[in-house]
Design a protein around this ligand. Structure first.
Ligand SMILES: *Cc1c(COP(=O)(O)O)cnc(C)c1O
Length: 368
């Protein structure tokens, strides 16, 4: 097969798919003279509310803010207090953990199963103490992380369920969208995400009227109405330009996710190399934000793919508990998470890939 050159993810190509519509939407905002908390934001929030199925969607600055604002709002509402424990996967992006510690809450890290990458519900049960108040469930890689065992643990122990839906826009569980499975969810529209803006943006979705009001207020300095402040808030808003772009791109999200699924399905069916393992649970819905493969010789595989024109990424090379910023967690041991950090390699998987490119990726992997 002829050598190809394949970027891990070309944001240029992602945007070019809809560039005319995006430019038209952006032009309208530019011409409107109104750049924050206006019609474009309202329109997108309504569209995303309809899409996720929740009663509320509150746009905010980014995905980390979305999660941080949820925990902060629960503190303002008296449902969480400093020192309360939040169960969170050990194998996640740092932002999931930052949202917890930022609020003076204690992250209690739980390992995934190596076979499915799902949160180990046995370890999760063992991690529960009389201070455990919530679970932050992360739909990592775009795969729905919810299952009956986790739902059962949350119900039995009356834990609040908060979703980190940064990887999983458009994913479903029992006919509900992720982002509508628990009490509240944080969404990221970082440009590389399945629903990506042209800059930073995020949102909180929830069915809880009070939470929605508090989150909206916290993101706007804590104001109840102009110049009257109920909370010591911050500034975290989605801007009109990003909202307008997202409103265009949301219309294509399902189609683009379907293309990701088709690509992933092909790769799962055709990758055939004993050195490369695919950890996936075919039951859970998966919008394939990231297509991870696992290989003991990960760095060699990465170099080999690079030499063959295929760029890859790592999600994530160093687990949160091994980071310098979390000294107090450094002594903990999470062998599964550490093994994933050592062996994970993210293969290109996005709607701009052509069939030829996907075939080339598979053939190259099989020749390793
Ligand atoms: C991207 C991401 C976030 C944070 O989103 P930002 O918009 O970049 O702040 C949170 N959690 C996970 C799992 C992410 O991948």
């Amino acid at each position: 097969m002829e050598r190809m050159k394949i970027e891990y993810l070309s944001l240029k190509k992602i945007t070019e798919q809809h560039s005319e519509e995006i430019q038209e939407a952006a032009n309208q905002v530019v011409a409107s003279g109104w750049y924050l908390l206006g019609e474009a934001t309202k329109t997108f929030e309504t569209a995303y509310t309809d899409y996720i199925g929740t009663r509320h969607c509150i746009g905010c600055g980014n995905g980390l803010d979305a999660l941080t604002l949820i925990f902060r709002a629960y503190k303002e509402m008296g449902k969480l207090k400093e020192g309360d424990e939040v169960i969170v996967p050990a194998n996640t992006y740092i932002a999931s953990i930052l949202a917890i510690t930022e609020n003076g809450l204690k992250p209690v890290l739980v390992e995934p199963y190596y076979s499915s990458l799902e949160l180990d519900d046995y370890l999760m049960k063992r991690a529960i103490t009389n201070k455990t108040r919530a679970v932050l469930l992360v739909h990592l890689y775009g795969r729905c992380a919810m299952n009956e065992a986790i739902a059962e643990v949350c119900k039995r122990h009356q834990l609040m369920l908060i979703e980190d839906n940064a990887h999983a826009a458009g994913c479903t569980y029992n006919q509900r969208k992720t982002g509508h499975l628990g009490h509240a969810a944080g969404h990221s529209f970082y440009p590389t995400k399945n629903l990506g803006a042209l800059g930073d943006a995020g949102a909180v979705t929830t069915d809880d009227d009070e939470l929605a009001t508090v989150v909206r207020s916290l993101g706007n300095y804590g104001s109840e109405r102009k110049y009257f402040y109920a909370h010591k808030g911050r500034n975290s808003r989605i801007d009109e330009l990003q909202a307008a772009v997202l409103d265009v791109k949301l219309k294509y999200l399902d189609r683009e996710n379907q293309r990701r699924k088709d690509i992933a399905e092909y790769m799962i069916a055709h990758i055939d190399n004993p050195a490369i393992s695919l950890s996936f649970d075919p039951i859970a819905d998966n919008v394939h934000h990231i297509f991870p493969v696992f290989c003991d010789r990960r760095d060699d595989l990465r170099q080999y793919l690079h030499d063959n024109g295929i760029e890859t990424a790592l999600h994530y090379p160093v687990a949160p508990h091994r980071q310098r910023c979390y000294k107090s967690l450094n002594k903990l041991s999470f062998p599964v998470t550490e093994k994933l950090a050592r062996t994970e390699l993210s293969i290109p998987c996005n709607p701009t890939l052509t069939d030829n490119e996907v075939e080339y990726i598979v053939e190259t992997l099989n020749r390793f």
